[in-house]
Design a protein around this ligand. Structure first.
Ligand SMILES: Cc1ncc(C[n+]2csc(CCOP(=O)(O)OP(=O)(O)O)c2C)c(N)n1
Ligand SMILES: [Mg+2]
Length: 199
């Protein structure tokens, strides 16, 4: 179980994961992870989800195989990932070297009132990713370990999975654009160039 005083703060974790992000592509799960990546600095290389709960890992996976020369980082919540555990099996089988999945594990469904998730009862997401066949999979509890995941996400040989144990704090919202058309267009333009706007 989480002990709040000893736990990492989610925005510190995300700021470190995105430090000197260069052209890293970032997909964020709905709710708080979306606010966290926006608090670290909105970017056209961010694709923050406003819904599609359970889809973040597979969206990141699709992006990673479509853009094999780019690095892709998915930042999502434990509740969000728990909706699509099969994604871990598919990603491990396909083995994309440029994909990292970082789960901000507060052991809660934060957005809907902090109900406990399965990880509060001990479900070991990193263990599941290891068993599925991820090259690297860790439970992360310190900033030094977050930095290691940051470096793997930016330069390492993936796929990488990190279950980052964080404080179950409810923070102020930092909202990116909420219009899906705007988010999609700016992301496509950033990744594919102006020509993508006419396809
Ligand atoms: C299909 C679906 N089910 C439920 C919801 C409601 N919902 C939105 S965010 C959320 C909790 C997300 O929890 P988590 O991914 O752990 O993020 P946290 O806020 O805890 O960081 C829930 C249940 C939804 N938007 N879509
Ligand atoms: Mg959560």
């Amino acid at each position: 179980m989480n002990v709040p005083n000893e736990l990492l703060h989610r925005r510190d974790v995300v700021n470190e994961l995105l430090r000197d992000r260069s052209d890293l592509l970032v997909v964020a799960g709905l709710g708080a992870p979306n606010w966290d990546i926006s608090a670290a600095g909105d970017s056209p290389n961010n694709f923050p989800l406003w819904g599609a709960m359970g889809a973040a890992a597979m969206m990141g996976f699709g992006l990673a195989i479509a853009q094999p020369k780019r690095r892709v980082l998915v930042i999502t919540g434990d509740g969000e990932l728990l909706m699509s555990l099969g994604a871990l099996a598919t990603i491990a089988v396909q083995n994309p070297p440029n994909l990292t999945i970082a789960v901000l594990d507060n052991e809660r469904f934060g957005e809907t009132g902090m109900q406990k998730t399965h990880t509060a009862a001990g479900v070991d997401l990193a263990g599941i990713a290891t068993a599925a066949g991820f090259r690297t999979s860790r439970i992360v509890r310190t900033m030094a370990e977050v930095t290691e995941i940051r470096d793997l996400a930016h330069h390492g040989n993936g796929p990488v999975f990190a279950q980052v144990k964080i404080n179950p704090e409810a923070l102020y919202f930092v909202l990116p654009p909420a219009d899906g058309g705007i988010l999609t267009t700016r992301f496509r333009q950033s990744v594919l160039g102006d020509g993508s706007l006419y396809n």
